[in-house]
Design a protein around this ligand. Sequence first.
Ligand SMILES: [Zn+2]
Length: 158
Amino acid sequence: MDELICEVCGNKTPKLYSVIIEGSEMQVCKECASLGKKKQPLPTKKSHKLRKQISEESEEELIEDYPTILKNAILEKYGDLQKFCRSHNLKESWLKKVIDGHIPLTLEEAKKLEKILKIKLIIKQTYTLPEENSKPENTSKKPAFTLGDLLKEKLNLR
Ligand SMILES: [Zn+2]
C-alpha cells in the first residue's frame, strides 16, 4: 500500500490535500492543509456538474440620443457641420444623415467622433452572472508566516 507523505511536514497521512502554499502547489496532510490555500478538491467519483464558467460579457452600445449629443457637440465646438467635416475629412452629407438618424453610426465611427469631439457616444454594458457575490474575499485564511517558518516550526516540534 502506498504511503502518502505530506510535502510540508513529511508526516505520513491517510489523505493528501492539494493546497497552494506560498504560491506553490503542494500535496500536504490535513494539518498542513489548513495553512495553505485550498485548491479545488481532487476530482471524486461523483463528478459535480461542470461549473459554468463565469461569463462576463461587455458590450459596447451607442447611447440612445447620440445624434443629438453629436450635433450639439459639433455646433458648440465648430459652429457648423460643414466646418467640422472639412476639418476632419468627413462627408457632410453623411454626417447630416447620421445626425438625422437616417444612417446608424458604427461603433468605429462613433469612437472616432468621440475622440475628435471629446464626448461620450458609447456606453459599455457589462453583464455578469450573479454568482460570486455571495462570499466575501476577506475570510480566506492566509498563513501568517512563510513556508520556511512553517518548516522550522514543524522541525522544532519533533
Ligand atoms: Zn503536513
